[in-house]
Every structure is written in C-alpha cells, then in structure tokens.
Design a protein around this ligand. Structure first.
Ligand code: NI
Length: 177
C-alpha cells in the first residue's frame, strides 16, 4: 500500500466531476486500500477519490472512534433524504485547519457498490450521514467551503494560498542548502 497526495483547495482539479466505476478489478481494490491508508494517516474520517486526483466515484469513510470500521462506497446514490436538516461543523483534508457549519439532510438512505461490485444499501444519520454527503459532494466537484459565504470562502482561499507559497519556499530553501 502507499500514501497518496491529497489535493489542497483551491486546486482546480478538486472541481472535476468523477465518472462512475465500471471495472471492479485489482487496480480498484488497490486504490481503495491506498485511499484508506491515506485517510487513516492524515488522519481523517473520509476521503473521496477526487481528493487524490482520481476522478472516479469512490469514497472511503470511517467515522468510528476505534478506527476499525472502514466503509467503501462506489458509485453512491442518495435514494432518500429526510426533510429534516442538521448543521455540523465540517472539516476537510483538502482544506486543512478550517472548520465551519454546513446544513445537510439529517438522515439519508444510500445505495452503492462495494469493491467487488456488489450492491448494498444503508440508512443512516449523525456523523456518518454528514460524512457521506460531504464526500459525495467531492465526486461532483464540490468542496464544503462552497456552502459558506463568498467573504468567508475568499478568506479561506487567501489563507491556503499563502500557506502553499510558504510551503514551496521552505522546500526551495531546503533544496539549495
Ligand atoms: Ni472533504
């Protein structure tokens, strides 16, 4: 297994639309395993393939405290969503250090395929429901900061771009030493 590079907002590749997975082979299993390893290492509770620059409909999630309940959703679809909404403070591995409230459906029913191409359905609420909706947005090219006001979003963009420049500068000064 190997760790994958996570794209950082505002990288334009985060806005690509992911295609459905059609081939369930060893490559797909390795991608899911590498994504899980990357998510646990970060650490995070969810990761979408879009975040590692693979534009296919695949997400990995583990919202358990014990970090031993890995869930893989391929070609996920929300088949039912409660009219009730809830607001959670969300974060994202592609938007490091930023947390803000996003309103989403409180309860959802999701249909997806596993790594073997077998179909399953789950109905869930709480953090798992939030996480699935957040990761499914990534597959549509949407990052959670897009729910925030333009003012907040621009501030976040400026902060992350500044950090990115500083990181690059640090890397360069290491290289010339
Ligand atoms: Ni995210």
């Amino acid at each position: 297994m190997s760790l994958l590079n996570i794209l950082r907002y505002p990288d334009p590749r985060l806005h690509k639309i992911a295609k459905p997975v059609t081939v369930f082979d060893a490559r797909l299993k390795k991608l899911a395993a590498d994504m899980a390893e990357t998510m646990y290492d970060a650490p995070g509770v969810g990761l979408a393939a879009s975040q590692v620059d693979v534009h296919e409909q695949l997400i990995v999630i583990d919202t358990s405290d014990t970090r031993d309940d890995l869930r893989v959703f391929i070609n996920p679809e929300i088949v039912w969503a409660s009219p009730e909404k809830q607001i959670y403070d969300e974060g994202c591995l592609s938007v490091p250090g930023i947390y803000d409230g996003v309103e989403r459906h409180a309860k959802i029913k999701v249909r997806a395929l596993d790594v073997d191409g077998k179909r399953f359905e789950i109905e869930t609420d709480g953090l798992l429901a939030v996480c699935i909706q957040h990761e499914m947005d990534h597959l549509k090219g949407k990052v959670f900061v897009e729910y925030l006001s333009p003012l907040k979003r621009n501030r976040i963009k400026a902060k992350l771009l500044k950090e990115e420049r500083e990181l690059k500068r640090d890397r360069q000064s290491v290289a010339v030493r």
